[in-house]
Ligand binder design. Structure first.
Ligand code: SPV
Ligand code: MN
Length: 634
């Protein structure tokens, strides 16, 4: 008999769990876990509770039950399923998302969705009371990062959505065995999720009671009345907010970044890069560049290991935007999505009469009717306001295991991560930043490049699209402690690192006078290889006001080598001219943003931004509104 049998929750858990499930839970001999499960079973009152271990049988059970409950349906190709989120639950819900912090912290985090902890807990626990009645709940254990590694973060989730648990099964490493032998048994993140009351299509109906509350003191997240994975899957963005907070306390980093390897076959080199891009700005397609290797596409942890800047992909799969994935632009993902026999969840795309998925920018003929996130759909269907409903949502997604991809780098399993040599910050603007630029050093890279990153808002969050908004480190939606401290932690992190990575910015979205993009989607390959060559001391650069930009001759050769394209000097001059006025405006926007969002941001940082604005004003006097590449000198 286990000591846990004497626990006050034991009778309740024995009543709700099968003997097998109960045994799986008690076999872990983890009091904190047992009480977590007990406490929230008592509160949420599911009819029964299923405990998963790391077996394939349990993975199968999650998938089959998601199908039985119609949270997912089978598509025509073997292994493929479709899941729909509710019409108004198609993206992350920032308005319903709060970081629960002690009272004295609230004023230090304006704009970071702070809510006084006691108040938030009372509210969300009230919403969760009895929320799982009539349902089966699942307890699933996972591990962020490779198990039993310096990066591992153990996670426990209780949810009444089998789609959520199935998604986690595809996206994260199984963690039951990790829990069994982890060193600190009390150190794990906890997530409580319920889709709440469902309509006849299986969608959450109480959206007014949709809540995603991160308790940053106790490392537990409560998510209620939602299904969209960015709101419901505990291990994704909830866990990220907890990890960012924890990393701030412990001096490591959790970033909204891909991890990839750039291969230079001629020189026999493999160089690891990480990249932060706000949602829908080309992050996954960069990590999936043909000819390179992917390690992860969304979230990275960084640690100093023996003086090296090491990174792991936190996840084990991809929850990717499917829009514009087609044979030409994203051939590898497209091929994977079209291959039967792989376990893939499609969400919020059109299911055609042939029971196949169709999405925006797929590059094939689209049926005129079918089923989508609005229910039965036909061409010309409109919403309650009379606006046309497109056949698939622009934030529709696919969920798949990373190792399905033929370009996966086996290094993604390395317990000590990979040594990162380049960091890329990718924004989205049509008229300001050059396609690629190298920061002079780490600190100015963080303060001038990462902190001034901006993007137009996209469909990944609910709200108006196309508004230019500051996106420091592409991480604004997830930063969970005062921004000034977060910037300081980024700057400080390289102390003690023998060779800090070089920092780059990219912008794939520059447009010419006619409103057309100036480069093709594949040009990113050249920008990344230029960065790779810089790191190895092989590419030349012009000094520009904010860093180093490529010289024309190198790019001409690289466009030919990688894309078999002629790259003209006219296009180069247009792409790489320094646009003084937009940059002055951008710096002022950043200053206003930090004044508002980071009241206790160190003065030193404001001095950097103010003197930069001043410098740019001076340059305008000297050079005029635009500075041709090569014309500038310090
Ligand atoms: C993102 O929007 O950055 C995503 C998808 O990775 S979500 O899980 O919704 O955050
Ligand atoms: Mn993301």
């Amino acid at each position: 008999m286990s000591d846990l049998d004497k626990n006050r929750y034991a009778p309740l858990l024995k009543e709700k769990m099968s003997p097998e499930s109960y045994l799986k839970l008690t076999a872990l001999d983890n009091l904190k876990l047992f009480e977590f499960v007990g406490e929230y079973v008592e509160l949420c009152q599911p009819d029964s509770v299923y405990m998963c271990d790391d077996s394939d049988e349990d993975a199968e059970y999650l998938r089959n039950t998601a199908l039985e409950l119609k949270e997912e349906k089978k598509l025509a190709k073997e292994g493929h399923t479709i899941h729909y989120d509710g019409f108004f639950d198609q993206g992350r819900a920032p308005g319903a998302t709060k970081n629960l912090v002690p009272k004295d912290r609230v004023a230090r985090m304006p704009g970071l969705q702070p809510l006084e902890r006691e108040e938030g807990l009372a509210e969300v626990l009230g919403i969760l009371k009895g929320i799982m009645k009539g349902k089966q709940a699942v307890v699933k254990l996972s591990c962020e990062g490779p198990t039993h590694s310096p990066f591992s973060v153990a996670c426990a989730q209780i949810s009444d959505s089998f789609y959520v648990c199935h998604s986690e099964e595809l996206l994260y490493r199984r963690g039951y065995e990790h829990f069994k032998s982890m060193e600190d048994k009390d150190k794990f993140f906890r997530f409580v999720h319920s889709a709440g009351k469902l309509d006849e299509n299986g969608n959450s109906v109480d959206l007014d009671k949709r809540r995603i509350y991160q308790d940053l003191e106790d490392y537990i997240v409560f998510s209620a009345n939602n299904q969209y994975a960015g709101n419901s899957v505990g291990l994704k963005k909830h866990s990220m907010r907890l990890a960012i907070n924890l990393s701030g306390r412990e001096g490591w980093l959790c970033e909204h970044m891909f991890v990839m390897s750039i291969l230079d076959d001629k020189r026999g080199r493999k160089t690891h890069f990480c990249g932060a891009f706000p949602s829908a700005c080309g992050k996954t397609s960069t990590a999936m560049l043909p000819g390179e290797k992917i390690i992860g596409d969304d979230i990275a942890y960084f640690r100093n290991i023996n003086g090296e800047f090491r990174a792991v992909n936190v996840e084990n799969g991809i929850f990717g935007i499917i829009k514009d994935v087609n044979a030409e632009d994203d051939p590898l993902i497209f091929k994977t999505l079209m291959t039967p026999g792989k376990e893939i969840i499609f969400s919020n795309v059109l299911t055609g009469p042939d029971n196949q998925p169709y999405w925006l920018g797929m590059g094939v003929d689209i049926p005129k009717e079918g089923w989508n996130f609005s229910g039965p759909w036909h061409e010309g269907k409109t919403d309650a306001k009379g606006n046309p409903i497109s056949f698939a949502h622009s934030n529709a997604r696919y969920t798949l295991r990373l190792w399905y991809l033929e370009n996966i780098d086996a290094a993604y399993e390395d317990k000590n991560g990979v040594n990162v040599q380049g960091i890329i910050y990718g924004g989205r603007d049509s008229d300001t930043s050059v396609p690629i630029e190298e920061a002079p050093d780490w600190k100015s890279g963080i303060l001038v490049k990462a902190c001034t990153l901006e993007s137009e808002t996209t469909s990944a969050t609910i709200g108006k699209e196309g508004v230019l908004a500051p996106q420091p480190m592409a991480n604004l939606d997830f930063i969970s402690y005062p921004i000034g401290d977060y910037i300081a932690n980024n700057i400080r992190f390289v102390q003690g690192i023998k060779k800090a990575p070089r920092i780059y910015t990219v912008n794939y979205f520059l447009k010419g006078k006619d409103g057309e993009f100036l480069t093709s989607k594949l040009a990113k390959k050249v920008w990344l290889h230029w960065a790779e060559r810089r790191i190895h001391g092989e590419a030349n650069a012009h000094r520009a006001p904010l860093g180093f930009i490529p010289v024309y001759e190198d790019l001409r050769e690289m466009f030919r080598e990688y894309l078999e394209e002629d790259f003209s000097r006219e296009v180069y001059d247009e792409l790489f001219k320094f646009r003084v006025d937009p940059w002055i405006a951008k710096i002022h926007r950043a200053i206003r943003f930090y004044e508002r969002m980071a009241p206790d941001c160190p003065e030193e940082y404001f001095n950097v931004w103010h003197s930069l604005a001043h410098k740019l004003e001076m340059l305008k006097g000297k050079y005029g509104p635009s500075i041709a590449p090569g014309a500038y000198s310090e």
